[in-house]
Every structure is written in C-alpha cells, then in structure tokens.
Design a protein around this ligand. Structure first.
Ligand SMILES: [Zn+2]
Length: 478
C-alpha cells in the first residue's frame, strides 16, 4: 500500500468521526471507494471534503423499507428504486434492504429476478434484498431458498397476518428450520391475525368505520401474543428471529424478557412509533389516512415504552418501514371510506435519521456511538453486511454521512426527494441534518445538491449472518 501524498482519492478532513471506539477528531483517507486510513493530519487527497464542525457517521442502513414492490391489495408504490434510493441518500442513508415479495402461488425465484431488474438501472446507492416468503412450498424450501441464500439474499421475512402472506405456526417452523440450516436471518411481522379480523368485524358491525378505528382493530394484546409466539417458535426451532417494526410496549416487554433469558431475539422499531400516535389518525377530515400503517401508531403514552426500548438496547435497529403510498390514493374512496379500505403505509426513508438524531442525540439522550449502532452497525451485523457496511473502519466501504449537528430544519414534503405526495412529519422542526452523503467514496449529496446517477448503486451480496447448523435441535434429542 503506497503512503505517498497522492495516495488518497478523497480525504474527509477535520470532522468528529464516529468509529466503534467512539467519536474523535480524525481525517478519513479513501482509496478506490474504501476507507484506506484514519488518522490526524493525513496527506492531501485528489479531492477534499472539509468536515470541520461536523460529525461523520457511518452512512445509514435502512434494513426495512419498501420500493417498487409488486402491487398488493390495490396498493401501488409511489417510489421506485430511483426515487426511493435518492430520498434515502439525501437523508444520510447509504444502503437499503427492501423486500422481494412472494405471495401464495408465486415462484420466489421469479420475483427476485424481476426485482433485480427493477433495481439495477435505477438505484443511486447500494442495496440488498430480503426475501418475503408467502408460500413455503417444498420447491421454495428445498431449492429456491438455499440457492437464493447462497447468492447473497440471506434474510427471510414472514408474516403472521395478511391474507396471501400469512403463515401458520407449522409453516413458520419449517421456514425457521431452513434458516437454521442455511444460516439465514428471519424477520417476523408479529401481529395476531385472528384478533385483527375479529375486532374489525365487530367494529364494522357497530358502524365504527372512521379512520381512527384502524388503531382499535390492531390491539396491543395481538402484538404481544404474536411476538411471544414468534419468540417461542424461534426457541423451539433454535433459529434466531428479528421482530419487525415493534409498535406496542407490550411487545417490547416480551422481547426484553427473551433477551434477559439469553434467547437470540432481535428487534427493530420505526419513526412512526416514536413520533406519531393514535391521535394523528383521529382527525375530522381524512388527513388521518396519512398515518395509517400496520402495526398502527399506538396511543400516545405507548411512545415512552418504545423510547425505553430504543434507549436501553432492547430494540436493536431503527428503520423506516418506508411504504410509499400517495395520499391521493389513500383518500381516493372519499370521506365515507371505512378504515379497512385505506391503503396501508407511511413514507419516511429520508426523515428516519434526522428525526432520531434530533430527538435522541440533540436531545441529549443517546450517544453518537449508540446512534451509529442503531441506525447502521447492528443492521450490518444482523444481515451479513459487516464490516463492509455500517462502520467507519479501515477496509470498510467509504459509506459516510456528514452531519451538521446545529442545522435546524422544518420538515416539509417539498424538501424531500421521494415521489410520495406527503410526509406524516409535515411541519416538525428538527435539529441536526445530514449535509453530505458519500457512497463508496463518491460524494452523492452535498449542500442541497445531488451529484449521483441512477444506476450507480450496486447489489451487495450479504454473507450468511448466522452459523449454519446441522446438529439436531434439543427437542429431537431422546
Ligand atoms: Zn414493512
């Protein structure tokens, strides 16, 4: 490795750099898209970025976001890979992991092949895919999944609710067994389907059709039960799970208890459970539809339980669950539309990091290192991207977000880069904003200007995040 003064393509100079050892004053030398040196007073690079007074964090990893997914229940995606990754990048994120979604009757392989083609010409930043398994047929379990995992799609998402997607407990165990043998991570959407169906029928029968009843139809008890069931099945099959978009404090409690007894359970939450609540769906007009997603934001006092889970480490990752549905489509049915007919999903891929930074870091409740962990490093570890992604270290990709911790921004949809026609955070003021994003050593976003081309982002094959297990599970030992 040459150490001469023209050795670096890029030097980021004078910033407070957040490495696994914590924040310190360092320069970052980049060569061929990779971090080649960290140190004080590095020699001049071919180009330089002055980060004086700013904070240099690992670029965010959004390990739960949706873009250009196949239409489902009449929903079509407002964001494709071009606008979805652009918006992510302008919000300080450098890697996204959206979902290739298989439903009953479909070939998972065909869905993934199609998804590659959707991403390849359009992505601005690097990406991998989670595999939604909605139909675990013998073909999917014995052939398609092992081959796809070997190709670098090493995480599986399953649902305990939704017609066309939900698996029964037996099928969940089959998927967990496969994941254990292959070393793949399984994410679970943990809501109780029967509770939702039963309450929805009762509410509709009582003509309780307003948007606010979406919250009542998704009870915390159902989240608690499904989370506990996912944990139990995970323990029986001896395959870790990651509980997706944890919304209810009661679910956080189950996860905390499982972790306390040493079970490898992981979990994520999202901005809508810290910054939105049931009150936002209880409006006189249809604007409450802007906050309709599943699980829904819960009652206001639930937010403190999610915050506790974020701050005490029970919740490992903070992701957007960006689900780009236009408001015009949400309200297309008119003012009498029952809550069951409002398309589900809230956008948030660009506001994810600033919202958390402002409330947690600027608010003095979270260290910069913990912020890096929950927004990037843990996702990299859990999904087989570490140490290539999610960390500022020599040898890692130069995926960086440079933050101005003093910058005050009022969030409004006009400043965002997604194609969705609203943000549920309209009018919220935050302190701290990612002013420069660097992807594999290229400045792609700086001072309000985009300098990136659609198609420059690459598919990143994930490593197997877990060890492959061939020994019998304890339940099978005589
Ligand atoms: Zn989702």
């Amino acid at each position: 490795m040459s150490a001469d003064s023209t050795a670096f393509d890029l030097v980021i100079r004078g910033g407070t750099v957040v490495t696994p050892q914590g924040p310190s004053q360092l320069d970052i030398g980049v060569r061929d898209g990779v971090i080649a040196a960290l140190g004080a007073g590095l020699p001049k690079g071919q180009s330089e970025v002055d980060a004086t007074g700013h904070i240099v964090l690992p670029g965010g990893i959004d390990s739960h976001c949706h873009m250009d997914q196949q239409p489902w229940e009449g929903r079509s995606s407002a964001d494709d890979f071009r606008t979805g990754t652009l918006s992510a990048m302008c919000g300080g994120t450098t890697t996204v992991i959206p979902f290739a979604m298989q439903m009953r009757g479909q070939s998972l392989r065909a869905i993934v092949d199609d998804y590659y083609e959707r991403a390849r010409p359009k992505a601005h930043i690097d990406y991998s895919f989670h595999l939604v398994v909605g139909d675990p047929t013998p073909e999917v379990l014995s052939r398609e999944l092992p081959a796809l995992i070997a190709e670098g799609c090493t995480s599986i998402k399953i649902y305990l609710t939704y017609d066309g997607l939900k698996l029964d407990d037996y099928e969940v165990l089959q998927v967990l067994d496969l994941a254990r043998r292959e070393g793949a991570m399984v994410m679970v959407h943990a809501e109780n389907d029967g509770c939702i169906r039963w309450l929805t029928e009762r509410l509709l029968a009582e003509r309780k059709t307003k948007i606010k009843y979406h919250v009542a139809s998704h009870p915390d008890i159902g989240d608690r039960e499904a989370t506990y069931r996912a944990i139990s099945l995970s323990e029986l099959a001896e395959a870790p799970v990651l509980v997706a978009h944890v919304a209810a404090g009661a679910a956080v409690d189950e996860i905390r208890r499982a972790k306390a007894r040493g079970v490898p359970i992981y979990a994520e939450t999202c901005p809508q459970y810290l910054f939105l609540s049931a009150d936002d769906l209880d409006t006189h007009d249809m604007s409450g539809a802007k906050c309709v997603c599943t699980p829904p934001p819960k009652h206001k006092d639930n937010q403190q339980h999610i915050w506790r889970g974020v701050l005490d480490g029970t919740l490992d990752c903070f992701t957007s669950d960006h689900s780009p549905i236009n408001y015009v489509d949400k309200i297309a049915g008119g003012p009498d539309t029952p809550f069951t007919k409002i398309p589900l999903g809230v956008p948030g891929i660009e506001t994810r990091l600033p919202l958390l930074f402002s409330a947690a870091v600027s608010g003095g409740r979270m260290t910069l290192l913990d912020f890096a962990e929950i927004t990037a490093t843990r996702a990299a570890r859990l999904f087989g991207l570490y140490p290539r992604k999610g960390v500022i270290a020599v040898g890692s990709d130069a995926d960086l977000a440079i933050w101005d911790p003093e910058k005050r921004v009022t969030i409004t949809n006009t400043i965002l880069h997604h194609a969705t026609d609203y943000t549920p955070y309209e009018g919220m003021e935050v302190q701290g904003w990612p002013v420069t994003t660097i992807s594999r050593g290229e400045v792609v976003w700086a001072n309000g200007a985009v300098s990136s081309n659609a198609g420059r982002g690459k598919f990143i094959a994930c490593e197997r995040p877990l060890q492959r297990m061939t020994t019998p599970i304890a339940a099978l030992k005589g």
